[in-house]
Design a protein around this ligand. Structure first.
Ligand code: SAM
Length: 503
């Protein structure tokens, strides 16, 4: 632990313990917005089991994959990744090669992660791989497991998984109880590794980053550059402040967030947002994010349940919406959502069209049911946006993307990666629409208004302002955004100078 404190103090950090939170990471110097607080390679990682594509074991790429000829389980995109993973895979390969075909089907990413965890420990114990202050099994031992709070059903599941790991590993001296406890540790400490657009790629255990506690209004964000986990400040963090990230989707009401944190992480959050639970503005926020809309389509008031239980009363105009009417629309929307979740998403156009029609029907019901700033409505519109992009209906996709922005602005704090990414999608669609129209207008020798490029510049600039803080400037993803913004500016000045010359 002393070694770790030494490394952390060089980075301006220290580990403390608080009675209600356990270990916490504190700053011992100021951090400015966008500054990297901490980065860490995974102790172990595995690619997610994607439905369509498989992924490279090391970098999670989906192209040029070749199966390891010995174990026939693990895939690599090339020799560089294979070599980087070799020390661990050499051992894992021997273990996996002995697993019979039936049992291979049970090799979920969690099982594989646990197998790799023990093999990595073995390699470090045998000094085949060096241990360092930030890469050693003592850090895994220090992780919280909450094993005593887990319900019986979950315990049985962990015991079955542990048994399988034990059978696969065939290592002496490891008990089922210890492995089961480690599964419990993974559940509240492992992180989903995402690409720059926050699409999941895999799972990794980062024992130093796991010291960071949660806040629903965090001062830092966790992003990934390949396998490397990077924690960046999203606001000024003065010396002596606890560093926090968000473990969950923070767009929900306080009750929804508290429930998610309790279920997976076994604590009651007391962050500044959660401290408002039950206060007037918190009740209003929940009624907007997860409540119903006023009966009057023109009214944007939020509804609160009537104490006489007649229904829900609009807090702006006083109109009452009956319980029965709400229940009927809600159950129709639920049925359709269940149907939609079972529809195939093959990417083939007839499947996409059926799913699209179903989600349009859900949207119609939610427009009648939910407050205009509802999270459920926003999620449906995001799904429709994705489908429209797959169907290459750019104009309609842009309309949907724009419709989600006000909800994003309301639901997320200023420097949230999801808000930045939504501006980016909007900017790309505006730019794309401009480019399409540009060709068309040139062919007809008509003049195209500057407004189209202006919108793209505005959205891309907003994306840049946020993502430069959350993602930094050095990734290919951010370089691409930079280039797009430069191109849009160049196009705008070209249009302006041609306009000035012709007048
Ligand atoms: C990833 S660990 C964080 C480090 C942990 N405090 C430790 O001692 O190792 C997650 C666990 O930390 C605790 N935790 C995280 N954020 C918290 C918070 N805001 N309030 C109380 N406990 C918190 C919970 O026990 C949670 O399951």
């Amino acid at each position: 632990m002393e070694d770790l404190q030494g490394v952390l103090s060089q980075r301006g950090l220290t580990v403390s313990t608080l009675p209600d939170k356990g270990r916490c990471l504190f700053s011992i110097r100021d951090f400015s917005p966008g500054e990297v607080i901490l980065n860490e390679e995974p102790f172990v990682s595995v690619p997610s089991r994607a439905s369509v594509d498989s992924r490279c074991e090391w970098c999670f790429s989906t192209s040029n994959l070749k199966r390891c000829s010995a174990c026939q389980v693990v895939l690599y995109c090339g020799s560089t990744c294979q070599k980087s993973d070799w020390k661990l895979h050499r051992l894992e390969c021997g273990v996996l090669s002995k697993v019979n075909k039936d049992r291979l089907k049970s090799l979920t990413p969690s099982i594989r992660l646990m197998v790799k965890l023990y093999l990595w420990r073995k390699l470090q114990n045998e000094k085949i791989i060096p241990t360092t202050a930030t890469d050693n099994y003592n850090l895994v031992e220090a992780l919280v497991s909450h094993i005593s709070e887990i319900d019986e059903k979950q315990l049985v599941l962990y015991a079955q998984m542990a048994n399988l790991v034990n059978l696969i590993l065939e290592l002496p001296g490891i008990g089922i109880k210890e492995i089961a406890e480690n599964f419990s540790k993974l559940a509240c400490n492992a992180h989903t590794i995402c690409d720059s657009e926050l699409r999941p790629l895999g799972t990794g255990l980062y024992p130093v980053i796991s010291i960071i506690n949660h806040s629903c209004l965090p001062n830092a964000v966790l992003v990934f550059e390949g396998r490397l986990a990077v924690v960046r400040a999203v606001q000024h963090i003065p010396k002596g402040t606890e560093v926090s990230i968000s473990y969950i989707e923070t767009a929900g009401s306080t009750m929804t967030r508290q429930k998610a944190l309790k279920e997976q992480y076994f604590f009651s959050c007391s962050c500044p947002r959660c401290a408002k639970l039950g206060q007037c503005d918190d009740i209003q926020e929940s009624a907007i994010l997860e409540g119903y809309r006023c009966k009057d389509a023109e009214c944007c008031g939020f509804l609160i349940r009537d104490s006489g239980d007649k229904g829900f009363i609009c807090q702006h105009c006083g109109l009452v919406r009956g319980k029965e009417e709400i229940k009927k629309i809600a159950s129709e929307a639920k049925l359709l959502s269940e149907k939609a979740s079972k529809l195939p998403s093959s990417g083939c156009s007839s499947d996409n069209t059926e799913a699209y029609v179903t989600y349009k029907m859900i949207e119609e019901l939610q427009l009648k049911l939910c407050h205009p700033f509802s999270i459920d409505l926003m999620r449906t519109r995001e799904t429709l946006l994705k489908m429209l992009m797959e169907l290459q209906d750019w104009k309609e996709a842009l309309a949907y993307c724009r419709s989600t922005i006000p909800v994003y602005q309301r639901a997320y704090p200023g420097f949230h990666p999801l808000l930045g990414l939504q501006y980016y999608t909007c900017g790309k669609l505006e730019w794309f629409e401009f480019a399409l129209f540009f060709v068309y207008f040139c062919l007809l020798r008509m003049d195209l208004s500057l407004g189209d490029t202006d919108n793209a510049i505005k959205s891309l600039s907003k994306a840049m302002d946020i993502l430069r803080i959350t993602h930094g400037m050095n990734t290919p993803f951010m370089k691409e955004l930079s280039i797009k913004l430069e191109e849009a500016h160049a196009e705008a000045s070209y249009k302006l100078s041609s306009k000035n010359n012709s007048s």
